[in-house]
Each structure stands twice: as C-alpha cells, then as structure tokens.
Design a binder for this molecule. Structure first.
Ligand SMILES: C[S@@+](CC[C@H](N)C(=O)[O-])C[C@H]1O[C@@H](n2cnc3c(N)ncnc32)[C@H](O)[C@@H]1O
Length: 365
C-alpha cells in the first residue's frame, strides 16, 4: 500500500467549540440548517433540536467521510461505545482496537466511506484516528514543545475545579515569562506555515500582531473558561483530551441522545455534500441557520467582499449566519443583514477555544 490514508485527514477532532451554535439552535429552532462539515464534530451536533434538514458541506472528500462515519456512530452506538470508538476519556485512542474493529463492522456506511476507513484503520492497526488530522498532529508538536519549556508546570492549569482557583494560580504562579516566550516562538505565520498550512496561512488583517492576538485570546480564555473543560487548551498543553469535562460537544451526554433520536426517529434529513459551499447555496433555499465556521477568514478579494450577498438567496427571512473570524475579519458587504452578536454575548464569552472573533448576522431583507 503506497497511499497513507490517515495523512489525508485535515481535521480529525476539530478546532471549534460549537456549543455556541448548539445553544443557538436550541433557542431559535431552525428547520433547515447548513454547516461547514469539518470533522463532523462541529456540524452534526446541530441535529440536537430536531431540524428538518442538516446540510453538511465540505470541499474535502475525507472530511465528508469523517462526517458520515460520525453520523453512523450516532445512529448505532450508545454514548459509551461512541467514547470508546473515538478514544475520548475514559478511553484511550490506542486501546480497544479489537472492539473498535467489531463496532466498525456494525456501521451502515456508503461504499466509498467504508472502503476509505477500512483501509485507514488497517493502516493504523485499529487505533482511533482522533488525533491523526494534520491540525491535531501539529498541536501535538506544540504540546511537546510546551512540555519541554514549561517542565512540571505544563499541566498545572488543568487541576482546578473553580474559575476562582484557576485565576488565583494564573495570577500568582503561572509561568508567564516562559509562556510569552512560547507564544513568541510558535504563535506566528512562519511556524504555522512550516508545520501546517504550507504557505496558505490566513492573511491577517486584525490590528494586533500574531503575538498579541494569541496572548490576549489565551488570557481571555483562562479568565472565562475552566482549562479542565476546554478540549482546545488540553490539545495545546497536553496533546490530547484527558478530562471527561473536556470532551467536546459532539459527545456531550446532554445532547447525545437528541442527536441520535433526530437521526433515527425524527424527520431530520442529513445531506452530506462534498462541494464548494457557493455551489451548494445555489441549489438550496430557506436556510434558517448557517454555520460558516472560520472559512470566510480565508477569503480575499471579490469572494471576501461579496460572500454574504452570494449566500443571501438561500437564506430564509430572519435566517441567521454565524461567522467565526480568525485573524482576519472579512471586509464584506453586509447590506441586508442585522448584527445580532450582542444577543449571544454570554455564550460567546464561554466558547472553549477562544481564538475567534465571532459575528452573528440576521438576514432582514
Ligand atoms: C477552515 S476549516 C476549519 C476546521 C473547523 N474549524 C473544524 O473544527 O472542523 C473548515 C473546513 O472548511 C472546508 N472548506 C474550506 N473552504 C470551503 C468552501 N469554499 N466550501 C466548502 N468547504 C470549505 C475545509 O475543507 C475544512 O474542512
């Protein structure tokens, strides 16, 4: 076998906490939802409130396969088996290989998806691919460097059960100097281009330097979110999710059964679309909730300027669009939209990745 299947995965866990979007759909109850698929972990939880349709769109075939695999896991597995299959705590990705193989054989997958994962799992001897995406592997390198520089201090942030205790530690004992050095070393375009983006890292337009951006966002995160509950902070410092409280929204017990019910008993139609999002929006309409991920931060030129106008025909009146700007706030024509970000400020403050400037718009045309 020459091709390394696992090397084609970009995001195997993901880098957004879509608890925000989940809380929004619970409140707004949209019928038709569109989401950038990613690993499926960001998009499939948007089935929790029982929509009529969920469109998961991604340019990447592998990300759509991952989304299909996760959707089938929701249909077939108990939460316990879901955790075991993916290798979330209390399970390890490297353990339970035989059981994972047995569970995989229970899944009802399309031929393409089955073939892709049969090869991938054979290649990795039935461990979980949870941390094998390019993004996740990059952060395992980051975690190793942090451990080297911080030594025994590298995991101290994760021992607290109240924000008060965490803040006390952060203010008095956290190794700020070493942290600033690490952010200086790794929080920049050259580092991410070398390790991950191969020259395609976002063209930043926020005023802050990369160093200021990451330092400020980390500071905000530590002051608002328990590190024990943030899968992202755990990936950065520890290389993987080690606490039960840190398991991302995809396997949250409070919505797991609702997602399952939506797929198995509800009327939700799941559409897995491997295509450009702008191609998809031409074919669908009446979208009430549009989860754009941080995709717009990669746009430049006319695409950047016009993307909100180009998706408007597919939105229902009052349809809501969630944008997660990362380093680049789109210079975009917002005509016909109302900014409703403030209505969700409490949820945004608690987002557990903390690296995004989230903007929420409502179609008022
Ligand atoms: C920018 S990435 C970020 C990953 C995401 N934050 C997560 O947690 O999974 C989101 C996904 O968008 C997809 N993507 C980028 N541009 C796209 C486009 N124009 N249409 C559809 N998908 C796109 C990429 O293939 C990638 O899988």
């Amino acid at each position: 076998m020459t091709e390394k299947y696992f090397k084609s995965l970009n995001y195997s866990l993901g880098n957004e906490d879509t608890t925000l979007e989940v809380e929004m759909v619970k409140k707004l109850n949209p019928k038709k939802v569109l989401a950038v698929a990613g690993s499926g972990g960001r998009s499939l939880p948007l089935l929790c409130h029982g929509p009529s349709d969920l469109y998961c769109v991604d340019l990447s075939k592998e990300q759509i396969h991952l989304t299909e695999l996760r959707s089938s896991c929701y249909k077939e597995f108990s939460l316990e088996d879901y955790l075991l299959f993916w290798g979330y705590p209390p399970y390890e990705p490297e353990d339970n290989t035989r059981k994972r193989n047995t569970l995989f054989n229970e899944l009802d997958l399309s031929d393409d998806c089955k073939k892709f994962f049969s090869r991938l799992y054979d290649e990795i001897n039935w461990i979980s691919p949870l941390y094998l995406g390019k993004w996740e592997k990059t952060f395992q390198v980051v975690a190793k460097i942090i451990k080297k520089i911080m030594g025994s201090q590298h995991d101290k942030l994760f021992q607290f059960s109240t924000l008060e205790d965490q803040l006390d530690y952060y203010e008095k004992d956290f190794p700020h100097l070493r942290w600033r050095f690490l952010v200086f070393l790794m929080g920049n375009k050259s580092f991410f281009n070398a390790l991950l983006y191969k020259g395609h890292f976002i063209e930043k337009n926020v005023e802050e330097t990369h160093f200021e951006y990451y330092l400020k966002n980390f500071d905000h995160l530590v002051k608002n979110v328990l590190a024990k509950e943030s899968f992202f902070l755990q990936l950065v410092f520890l290389g993987k999710v080690l606490t039960k409280e840190g398991i991302p929204i995809e396997a949250d017990p409070s919505i797991f059964d609702d997602i399952k019910r939506s797929l198995n008993e509800g009327n939700a139609s799941l559409h897995l679309e491997q295509k450009d999002i702008f191609e998809l929006v031409k074919k669908i309409d009446n979208i009430d909730f549009f989860s754009f991920s941080d995709v717009p931060s990669y746009f430049t030129g006319d695409v950047e300027k016009n993307f909100l106008q180009n998706i408007r025909p597919c939105l229902s009146s009052n349809g809501v669009v969630v944008l997660r700007y990362y380093l680049r706030i789109s210079e975009v024509d917002e005509t016909g939209y109302q900014d409703i970000t403030q209505d969700f400020s409490n949820l945004i403050r608690k987002e557990k990745v903390g690296m995004y400037r989230i903007k929420i718009l409502k179609n008022i045309s």
